[in-house]
Design a binder for this molecule. Sequence first.
Ligand code: PEP
Length: 260
Amino acid sequence: MRTLLIAGNWKLNPTTVEAASALAEGVKNGLGAATDVHVAIAPPFVFLTQIDGVLSGSPIGLSGQDMYWENSGAFTGEISGPMLVDVGCTHVILGHSERRHGQGETSAQVNAKLKAALGVKLIPIVCIGETKDERLAEQTEAVLLEQLSGSLAGLSPEEMAGVVLAYEPVWAIGTGLTASPEQAQAAHAYIRGWLTQVFGEATAARVVVQYGGSVKPDNAVELLSCPDIDGALVGGAALKAADFLAIIKAGQEVTARGKS
Ligand code: PEP
């Protein structure tokens, strides 16, 4: 069984370094030294250095929420992979729907960022997922195909095995609507099938594919129990340490029980 990864995407929250530190502290204290489930948090860039200090001695990974494909230069407002590494990051979220849809980010741009992230040994969490209109028009698989083939182009099987994917149906992000376990598993099975076709069965079996979209303490066990769901990318519920810890606990329960 793949080790589950529960990651918290804090987005543009909280607004002070004190609040960010307190949240990270709460997650750190609640998790302790447990490593049966992998955990990462993605605070805003400006808090990363401080949070890296808070997380010292903890197995919790630290993630950027995005990065640029160039390492340095005249790119106002951007943050690079080497900068993330320098402030203690282990992971980076790429192609989140709020960037694909809010900022017009393309799969080709996500691919350039992905290669830059792999170049500095960050673990990339590459997000893919369809909008509500695309699902209603039965285009979910076509959208996933474009995002998978565009975002992951040119990777070797070994590189692919080190990439985390996050299936996040856009209609479920921050809306309180969650994909049913059947809907989520169907999308994850499609993703696993595509990975098998392109990278081979052994590689596909190693890739961690998270689900994201209104994951909460009360739906986490059901979702994480699905055979092809290997963790969760959590937005809103990651902003309360107790809720995030309850989702981690759900992952620990599923791990202890094992999946069929
Ligand atoms: C996300 O930000 O990736 C996300 C899934 O958010 P939420 O859990 O709030 O839907």
